[in-house]
Design a protein around this ligand. Structure first.
Ligand SMILES: [Fe+2]
Ligand SMILES: [Fe+2]
Length: 139
């Protein structure tokens, strides 16, 4: 499976947010490493998937807090995209917990979905708040 490699084009110009995006991708890459291990255990898979879910929740909430504090004008549609990610990941996590026989394929789906959603979301949506955040002193 293809891992995600950070490139400068993914920078939103806010160092703390770039760091969070890099961590988000790093955990996704850990999940890919895990899936490729022949001795992968179900409980370890759930632990990494939960770590991804928690970190994603932390990151998405960080952005949303700034949106509210700074009255970002495009908050509503942006948060709708975050909700789409959260819902999809919840569904995959439940499947992962309930059915051990589909562990690898579900973990792969979770990793692939996270990489494609996050990379597109950064380029198409997160980048739109760059100037606005900078102007309001978010570093
Ligand atoms: Fe983001
Ligand atoms: Fe976002």
């Amino acid at each position: 499976m293809q891992k995600f490699i950070w490139k400068e084009e993914y920078s939103v110009g806010v160092a703390s947010i770039d760091e969070q995006h890099k961590n988000f991708f790093r955990i996704t890459n850990d999940l890919i490493d895990f899936v490729e291990r022949p001795d992968a255990k179900h409980e370890d898979c759930i632990a990494i998937a939960r770590e991804l879910e928690h970190y994603a929740a932390y990151h998405l909430t960080t952005e949303e807090k700034y949106f509210h504090e700074l009255a970002y004008p495009h908050a509503e549609e942006h948060i709708r995209e975050h909700d789409y990610y959260r819902d999809k990941v919840q569904g995959l996590l439940s499947r992962l917990q309930d059915d051990q026989s589909v562990m690898k394929s579900t973990a792969e789906e979770l990793a692939n979905f996270s990489i494609s959603w996050l990379s597109n979301h950064i380029l198409l949506s997160d980048k739109k708040y760059s100037v606005f955040f900078e102007r309001h002193g978010v570093h």
